[in-house]
Design a protein around this ligand. Structure first.
Ligand code: ATP
Ligand code: MG
Length: 492
């Protein structure tokens, strides 16, 4: 006998949550009263704070299906006032969600509107699926409002910047209880920020409050073994997964383990409040050198670094700053990247870069009154083709470089040195040389702290990422000036 609703009508069940985590997901409230008792100025009732629900952990744990089911709950409750949006990082990833929706939503009478690119339900609720490849795309959503928002595979976003921007569109002028949900597996490029935000603060299933963002959060873990439907219909799934990544990652995917080394190369050691410092005048006894990573269709990076000599810096207001001897400070940069296009170069030629670079150096020398020395650069620019090299052409203009170490292990050794120096900067007083950047070095701050690890070789950075400033920094930090090298040779 088909079930009946409370008005006696028969209905068919098209989707029901599986026992366990999916059931918990569907039972979770969308919001709760403000824990401090803050009242709404107009209604004098407690302000409602959203619960940011993070669902997942394991591959195949029923995450996507759970999200589609939760939308059915929202849509049936709020009808035409329900406006949903579900994001994935890339267009291709969306197809997987769309396919599951095509299997499910038409059974509820929903129709896909191709013009508007959204699912329309018989009660006029609607949900759209979109992708957000670049943080800049977040601006497209300004001024919109959605009552239901999902971030599928949230760990595929390297930082929460774009997500946080779009999350501001979660609102309803018609009193709908807004819902914010995310799914994800360990091991993505965003592993560390996702773990810090949703997994670490409280035990699984326990609601906690983030008073900096004024939201409740909860982490509902799901394992592959919780997805009985998949386990029964496709018993070979776990084995197939075993072939798709390194063992440690597959184990983390199957069991939803978050205590693995993954995500960003520097997320655990970079502290903006410690490492990004206000600019000051470099003492005349210090040294400044340049560092360079070549790029033409891809961005190039030119950075200027000061080396502390161990004496404190006295600021005009009398304040003293202490840096361990040989600490490196990035004081200026020129990132050769198209202004609104991530990871796209300026197509400039070597001499053009040298001319503008030297102009910047004249300005720097005017401010700091310190001569700027040659420094390390990408070894490939020393390759001679048809009798000339990029390094040769730049040296002819007056901008010379020394080849950075190359060969097996140099990348990994460079990242390790960067991590060590970032850690050293956190100790006060410093016990060994550290690194800092002037907070005017915006491109460094934007691209380096979030550099993802290579999934297959976790001690290296993913070389498909925007790693040009990272490379230039690696050259700069492992660079020992000639004087220092000479002393070492002499056994000093
Ligand atoms: N409640 C449910 N009812 C029917 N089928 C379900 C249910 N939950 C999960 N499934 C099925 O199990 C399979 C895997 O689930 P789903 O795609 O939701 O997992 P996932 O965690 O999103 O996986 P991935 O990590 O690959 O994205 C799908 O085919 C889905 O339809
Ligand atoms: Mg999925």
């Amino acid at each position: 006998m088909p079930p009946r609703n409370n008005t006696g009508q028969q209905y068919a069940i098209v989707w029901r949550p599986q026992a366990g985590p999916q059931f918990a997901l569907l039972s979770m409230a969308a919001c709760f009263d403000d824990p401090n008792g803050t009242l709404h100025p107009k209604t004098n009732r407690p302000i409602q704070r959203t619960v940011e629900t993070f669902f997942g952990g394991a591959r195949g744990g029923g995450k996507t299906s759970g999200m589609l089911g939760r939308w059915i709950r929202h849509a049936s409750r709020w009808g035409r006032r329900a406006r949903g949006i579900l994001f994935r990082k890339t267009y291709d990833e969306l197809e997987e969600v769309q396919e599951q929706a095509r299997q499910l939503y038409p059974q509820l009478g929903a129709k896909y509107n191709h013009g508007k690119r959204l699912w329309e339900f018989p009660n006029e609720a609607n949900i759209r699926f979109r992708y957000m490849d670049r943080d800049a795309d977040a601006d497209n959503y300004q001024g919109r409002s959605y009552s239901f928002q999902v971030w599928e595979e949230i760990g595929n976003w390297a930082t929460p910047n774009g997500i946080d921007k779009v999350s501001a569109t979660l609102r309803s002028a018609s009193g709908v209880e807004c819902e914010w949900l995310a799914t994800g597996n360990p091991g993505g490029v965003g592993h560390n920020w996702v773990k810090a935000r949703f997994v670490d603060p409280a035990p699984p299933g326990k609601l906690f409050y983030d008073d900096t963002k004024n939201v409740y959060r909860v982490f509902i873990p799901s394992k592959l073994s919780d997805n009985r439907i998949l386990m029964e219909n496709d018993p070979g799934y776990a084995d197939r997964l075993r072939g798709t990544g390194p063992d440690w990652l597959v184990k983390a995917w199957l069991d939803g383990l978050w205590d693995i080394v993954a995500g960003g190369m520097f997320d655990d050691v970079w502290r903006p409040a410690v490492h990004a410092i206000d600019p000051f005048k470099i003492p005349s006894t210090w040294t400044i050198y340049r560092s360079f990573d070549w790029g033409s269709s891809a961005p190039f990076s030119l950075g200027w670094w000061a080396i502390a000599d161990g004496d404190p810096v006295v600021l005009p207001n009398g304040q003293k700053l202490f840096f361990h001897k040989d600490t490196r400070i990035r004081i200026a940069e020129w990132y050769g990247c198209q202004p609104n296009e991530d990871n796209t170069g300026l197509n400039m030629i070597d001499t053009q870069i040298a001319i503008r670079g030297l102009e910047i150096e004249r300005e720097l020398m005017h401010v700091h009154r310190v001569k700027i020395e040659a420094g390390p650069a990408d070894p490939s620019i020393f390759n001679v083709v048809n009798g000339t090299s990029i390094a040769g052409a730049m040296a002819n203009m007056g901008m010379d470089f020394i080849p950075a170490p190359t060969g097996p292990g140099s990348r990994v050794a460079g990242w390790a040195a960067m991590r060590r120096m970032m850690m050293a900067s956190q100790k006060m007083p410093m016990e060994e040389p550290g690194m800092f950047v002037f907070n005017t070095c915006r491109s460094f701050i934007k691209t380096v702290p979030s550099l993802p690890r290579d999934k297959r070789k976790i001690e290296d950075v993913d070389s498909a990422s925007e790693d040009h400033i990272g490379d230039e920094t690696r050259y700069a930090l492992t660079y020992a000036r000639r004087e220092v090298q000479m002393l070492k040779l002499m056994g000093a």
